[in-house]
Design a binder for this molecule. Sequence first.
Ligand code: APR
Length: 311
Amino acid sequence: MSLPKVTVVGAGQVGATAAFLIALKGLADIVLVDVAEGIPQGKALDMMHARSLEHFGGSITGSNDYGPTAGSDVVVVTAGLPRKPGMTREDLLAANGAIVRSVMGEVRSSSPDAVVVLVTNPLDVMAHLAWRISGFPAERVLGMGGVLDSARFAYFIADATGAPISEIEAVVIGAHGDTMVPLPRFSKVRGTPLPELLGADEVAEIVRKTVFGGAEVVALLKSGSAFYAPGASIAAMVTTILGDTGAVMPSCVLLNGEYGLSGLHLNVPASLGRRGVLSVAEWELDEQELAALHASAAGVTETLMSIDLEV
Ligand code: APR
């Protein structure tokens, strides 16, 4: 039986890490695409050399063009510049907007039936731009942000409580940026909501660490941004999509009235499967949580209005 095909555009830190993790799970044949000559080919070959050690079945191929990507089931877009210290994700807007435009033009013709997972920052804006350029139905263009922010939230909850990471549920919604909305009421240790376990100050400190989790990594690395947790977040989403499980993951999806928001991509809980976004879950947010989500959305909408979304 042939495996599904996953294309990862951008064979840099995030793309290559995601590709290797997807390969290790034996989920798919993978094609790595990058404009840099030799990089996708070299990384693909290096990964294939690990096959006898890790015993994965799928193939990994590198390419500078989209020929080998034809008919992909899932396309992950990581092409673009990463943040440097002091840069916000919005600083990347112009450069990465041009890259996402050209990549989506290629994806539209080479893999017209694919589910596309955007990773390039600023994520929420790039996911919306990619959807516009693709002409794909909205359920087939989503972004990876909420899964990563939630993973960071889970890490900091485990760190503060000493609970095993496997017993923690953590949820962050909203923009993948400083206005993200961690949801302590919906985040649990062994089923108990965080505010019932910790004091308000402790919860606030965990939230603060989560919001600046990515920036902390950027500041330490000094060149480039995080890639292990982003790679693992991509692999988790691709696993759910290809497995068609319908699992709910905080994902950057087009909103159409849900949570009182429309016309933008934003991270909200969404059920994912082979067709992409199967449904958006509308959780009962309290007034404060909803206000924070709307404030986060307002920032994304403002940025969207400042860029050219014409096809
Ligand atoms: N087509 C394909 N690949 C491209 C293109 C393009 N048009 N333009 C740039 N690239 C490639 C680069 O050659 C590079 O190999 O994208 C890759 C990006 O890799 P890195 O510079 O290592 O960046 P990375 O850390 O992987 O981050 C990529 O993901 O998390 C986000 O903010 C991050 O937007 C950034 C993206």
